[in-house]
Design a protein around this ligand. Structure first.
Ligand SMILES: NC(=O)c1ccc[n+]([C@@H]2O[C@H](COP(=O)([O-])OP(=O)(O)OC[C@H]3O[C@@H](n4cnc5c(N)ncnc54)[C@H](OP(=O)(O)O)[C@@H]3O)[C@@H](O)[C@H]2O)c1
Length: 239
């Protein structure tokens, strides 16, 4: 069953990795996509692929830490398609080293993308979703939103913050029939890591397409079903 047909979906961090694969998987369901990332050329190339798959597509180049971009993207999607049905808060990056070696700027930049970006885009879609009494916010956190590792203080704490933010807005938005889902994943072979995507050391990791299929599964549920939390790992990764 395709519950996604004609739905309007905004994805942050769509130019690469999990977000890009999710955009392509969603495009096969005849949807209206809004794609956000800083790399405008990569977004434009992806837009052409989405159009060829039969879905409509707008692109928005800029940082998720910029509130005016969030407001502009949501307004444009509402103007062209009448509403935003689903927001996928996916943009994010990691950084791993002894915590005392992080600069104040590194802290601020990582929190601006991983935490503030999730806040700004959720804030931008919430009024419309409350008014239409339906909607779905999906947050791509990480399994390190529930566990930590040495040298991960900055990244793990930003993911714990996304987890807490999702938990709180789930309670706020449920009375308006707006769903909130948080995804906790283990290792994914994307451009996130120090080694390039496809590196031999990633051979047993999740693929971007595994994540895309999971995110589409979470999104493609009937109106009365919500997947609140979704934990996924490569079978060979301990959890
Ligand atoms: N890979 C893993 O093992 C793993 C595991 C668990 C969770 N995650 C989470 O999954 C999400 C996606 O990561 P990925 O693995 O797909 O990494 P990726 O391949 O590096 O892709 C990250 C995406 O986020 C975008 N992005 C980064 N900063 C941004 C900003 N300030 N504004 C707008 N877009 C921004 C990037 O686009 P531009 O550079 O063009 O802006 C890119 O499209 C992240 O939240 C990450 O924490 C990843």
């Amino acid at each position: 069953m395709n519950y996604l047909h004609n739905k309007t979906i905004l994805i942050t961090g769509a130019s690469k990795g999990i977000g890009r694969a999710t955009a392509l998987e969603l495009a096969r369901h005849q949807v209206n996509l809004g794609l956000v990332a800083r790399s405008g050329e990569e977004l434009q190339a992806l837009q052409q692929e989405v159009l060829q798959l039969g879905s409509a597509c707008e692109v928005f180049a800029g940082s998720v830490a910029d509130e005016s971009l969030a407001q502009k993207a949501v307004a444009k999607m509402q103007d062209r398609f009448g509403r935003v049905d689903i927001l996928i808060n996916n943009a994010g990056y990691g950084n791993s080293k002894p915590f005392e070696t992080f600069s104040e700027q590194e802290w601020d930049e990582l929190y601006a993308t991983n935490v503030k970006g999730t806040f700004l885009f959720s804030k931008a879609v919430a009024p419309g979703m409350k008014q239409q009494q339906s909607g779905h916010i999906i947050i791509i956190a990480s399994d390190v939103a529930k566990r930590t590792f040495p040298t991960g203080a900055l990244y793990c704490s930003s993911k714990f913050a996304q987890h807490a933010f999702g938990d709180a807005i789930r309670k706020e938005l449920r009375p308006y029939h707006v769903k909130v889902s948080t995804v906790y994943s283990g290792l994914v072979d994307s451009q996130f890591h120090a080694e390039p995507q496809g590196d031999n050391s990633h051979s047993w990791w999740l693929k971007n397409e595994d994540m895309a299929r999971s995110i589409v599964f979470i999104a493609n549920q009937p109106a009365h079903v919500v997947i609140d939390e979704f934990m996924i790992h490569p079978l060979e990764q301990d959890y």
